[in-house]
Design a protein around this ligand. Structure first.
Ligand SMILES: N[C@@H](CCC(=O)N[C@@H](CS)C(=O)NCC(=O)O)C(=O)O
Length: 234
């Protein structure tokens, strides 16, 4: 059985990583059996130092995009069947803009904002022995802030990042419209990606101005609820 290496439930969702959630949703939507191997210590085993990665009977594949490509090639999937070349192209580009832009919005909203960082600290670092905890948290947050700065997002103001994030939600809401899934009545890989990200803002129990903005888009809220009910009921 496919083993999905993940962090494990946090913030009221099955995993705090949108990339783990993307692969998880893709596997569920494709009807492929899999099991989670959840532990933050998986990071130490991760071939690229990041989660998720999978172990498919000894074949290790890391990175959500490469995992999905591998699984699609290896086993096929009903997702994306019947899509036109234009739909596939659009889905690839939209999916990548979530991976490369909305991801940093999420990271900023959790790791930098003083209203959410205490929760993140408690969730990820409570197991660290008390005398070490302060320094471990400080180093971890500094590393994330440095990544944000090098990526470029860390140079924007809070207001600018919130506005950019809201633009992403608006674009997703407009693209979804009143359809059941982003490309029609059937789920596609783009839905696995979109759900992976949106559930982190909309269904998580994090309450900050970023998640509050996402929750203003009724069709996105209904979309997340629908996918959760359909694929995560048991
Ligand atoms: N491109 C990768 C990104 C994965 C990624 O950034 N994972 C984050 C969690 S959301 C991670 O493992 N971070 C740990 C670290 O950087 O130490 C993918 O699509 O899987």
């Amino acid at each position: 059985m496919i083993k999905l290496y993940s962090f494990g439930p946090a913030f009221g969702v099955p995993d705090p990583s949108p990339f783990v959630m993307k692969v998880d949703a893709w596997l569920r939507m494709s009807g492929m059996p899999f099991e989670h191997i959840s532990n933050v210590a998986n990071l130490r085993k991760a071939p690229k130092g990041k989660l998720p990665f999978i172990d498919d009977d000894g074949k290790i594949v890391a990175d959500s995009h490469l995992i999905i490509n591998y699984l699609h090639k290896q086993y096929g999937s009903p997702l994306d069947e019947g899509l036109s070349r234009e739909q596939r192209a659009m889905a690839t580009l939209v999916g990548k803009s979530l991976d490369e832009q909305l991801y940093w919005c999420l990271v900023y909203s959790r790791w930098v904002r003083p209203d959410t960082w205490p929760l993140v600290k408690e969730t990820f670092f409570n197991a660290v022995p008390a005398p070490m905890r302060g320094i471990v948290c400080w180093v971890a947050q500094r590393r994330v802030k440095r990544s944000l700065y090098l990526q470029g997002f860390g140079r924007h103001s809070d207001e600018e990042i919130l506005a950019m994030t809201t633009e992403m939600f608006q674009a997703l809401s407009d693209l979804l419209g009143d359809k059941t899934y982003f490309l029609g009545e059937k789920p596609s890989t783009l839905d696995a990606t979109a759900y992976g990200f949106l559930c982190e803002f909309i269904l998580s129990d994090i309450h900050n101005s970023f998640s509050e903005r996402a929750r203003r888009f009724d069709n996105l809220v209904r979309y997340c609820g629908r996918i959760r009910d359909e694929y995560y009921a048991s």
